[in-house]
Ligand binder design. Structure first.
Ligand code: NAP
Length: 298
């Protein structure tokens, strides 16, 4: 009698803020899937192997690393970084996945309406269209703004923080929940999730609502200052852990401008598929702020 093999899941971006949670979640059910972690450099790959992980070298900018990394892989978590290179990286990776007979691509995209003109969202939509055209069963994840952007760009100083998109409410999701949702899809596979778009926007809050949450969590009055979108350029330039290329930086500025003038107001909605995928309610902004209170200030 033939034995059923566990599917092998290749996770890209495993060292980043979403990928680490995907791996963490998949690791909890070793009987269901074999987790293979992609590492961008040989040094990182070796370090992971020495920890006992199934790790492979895969540099998205080096397509000659794809074939060996994809050998024997059934499902791929496709995550690209904050770069326009995602277009070429994803196109070449999908081509290689097709040759490797991959059975499911789970793509981490963005929240956005189909005819959105923001560059970064348009790039993701082109990637999704290419994945769909490949014939490989797919699932697209559409997270809204990660809550982890709060300590990165909206640190509280002197009891104030700044927002750069006007007074409208933004949609939010915790990275941990994005990772958990992705892990469920990868674990359960294409039979259940092929052809699905999942929307991950669990709560909406603008400056005033965030100020109320931060005040409650920190136990004192915190105020929001409303800045213009163009003022965000200097914040991005000064944020050490967020060095992005000019193309991406311009896209971020465009996003804020479009949100500010109302073209992207549909980002400020709740559309939450996470409970269906995680079997529990998503993390709220208040819960997240309580867990991360030490990172809110600085
Ligand atoms: N920020 C938000 O609010 C938000 C909202 C919705 C969607 N997104 C989407 O989330 C994605 C980014 O996810 P994230 O925040 O988890 O990213 P991240 O923390 O910056 O991590 C990026 C990961 O990709 C890896 N990587 C980068 N370049 C690579 C290459 N050339 N070859 C192989 N691996 C490479 C990095 O590896 P190293 O450690 O080796 O660099 C790292 O593991 C983007 O596609 C973005 O559009 C973001």
């Amino acid at each position: 009698m033939a034995t059923l093999q566990k599917p092998t899941v290749l996770v890209l971006g495993a060292s980043g803020q979403i990928g680490r949670f995907v791996v963490q979640q998949l690791d909890q059910t070793p009987e269901e899937v074999q987790v293979r972690v992609a590492a961008r450099t040989p040094e990182r790959c070796l370090a992971l192997q020495q920890e006992g992980r199934d790790a492979v070298l895969l540099d998205l900018d080096q397509p000659n690393t794809f074939a060996a990394a994809l050998r024997g892989v059934d499902r791929v978590f496709l995550l690209t970084g904050y770069t326009v290179a995602m277009l070429v990286q994803s196109k070449t990776l999908v081509d290689a996945a097709k040759k490797a007979r991959v059975q499911h691509i789970v793509h981490l995209g963005v929240f956005g309406h189909w005819d959105c003109t923001d560059p970064h969202i348009a790039w993701h939509q082109l990637v999704e269209t290419y994945i769909e055209a490949s014939g490989i069963p797919w699932t697209h994840l559409h997270p809204n703004m990660f809550m982890e952007q709060i300590p990165r760009f909206m640190k509280i100083r002197n009891d104030r923080f700044r927002v750069f998109w006007g007074r409208d409410r933004m949609g939010w999701v915790a990275s941990r929940d994005v990772g958990a949702a992705a892990a469920t899809v990868l674990r359960e596979g294409p039979t259940k999730h092929s052809g699905q778009n999942y929307w991950l926007s669990v709560q909406v809050a603008g400056g005033d609502q965030l100020a109320a949450i931060f005040s409650e969590v920190l136990g004192r009055s915190i105020r929001c200052e409303y800045e213009k979108p163009e003022d965000f350029a200097s914040v991005m330039a000064l944020t050490d852990d967020y060095r992005v290329e000019p193309w991406y930086a311009a896209g971020a500025m465009e996003f804020l401008q479009q949100f500010f003038d109302g073209r992207m107001s549909d980002f400020g909605v709740v559309r939450d598929d996470t409970p269906y995928l995680m079997s529990k309610p998503a993390t709220t902004l208040k819960q997240w702020a309580m867990e991360n209170r030490t990172f809110l200030e600085g």
